[in-house]
Design a protein around this ligand. Structure first.
Ligand code: HEM
Length: 153
């Protein structure tokens, strides 16, 4: 029993180390190249989101998109930092989960795959070094934070 517990712990430690290595070597550099695309990169993300979810146009109708782009950049960074193990980022995602929940913005769970797909499309456009491996690293890294958001619905 003790052996099993111990080997689970080791597996968890290894998985966390592997995830951090993936973040350092692949996801953060890709995120930086994406952000270097400035407003265009984020505009493309929202354009892709709007194509996937027609209601998005009216959701953001009265929003200052320049400010929203800053906020979303911080939100994406929180997702990455959470995967890296930051408890500050976890607290921030809990706050975001609440703001997006049925008692807040009412963002239903089925919207999230569209959100991630729109982000991946924009990343692949603006990070010219991104390939299938880059995308799968992103998806793997963001998954837990997105699950946290959905669980808070
Ligand atoms: C993990 C995924 C997501 C993250 C990290 C995220 C992040 C954020 C952030 C940081 C804000 C700024 C407001 C705040 O801090 O509460 C925001 C607002 C908003 N998000 Fe999200 N979001 C996510 C998913 C979605 C999805 C799937 C939708 C809908 C398709 C959505 C729609 C909105 C809307 C409508 C606003 C409010 C704009 C306003 O009225 O000011 N978000 N989001």
């Amino acid at each position: 029993m003790a052996m099993t517990e111990r080997s689970n712990t080791n597996e968890e430690i290894e998985a966390a180390a592997e995830r951090r290595a993936l973040i350092e070597s692949v996801v953060r550099p890709s995120f930086e190249r994406f952000c270097a695309g400035g407003m265009d990169a984020f505009d493309d993300f929202y354009f892709g989101l709007g194509n996937r979810i027609p209601a998005v146009g009216s959701m953001f109708a009265s929003v200052d998109m320049e400010q929203q782009n800053q906020l979303i950049r911080d939100g994406i960074r929180d997702l990455i930092d959470f995967a890296y193990g930051s408890s500050k980022a976890e607290a921030e995602l809990q706050r975001l989960a609440k703001s997006h929940s049925r008692s807040g913005l009412g963002i239903a769970p089925e919207y999230y795959p569209h959100w991630i797909n729109a982000l991946m499309e924009a990343v692949r456009k603006h990070d010219t070094q991104a390939n299938d491996d880059t995308e799968s690293a992103w998806r793997k890294v963001l998954a837990d934070g997105i699950d946290l958001m959905i669980a808070g619905y």
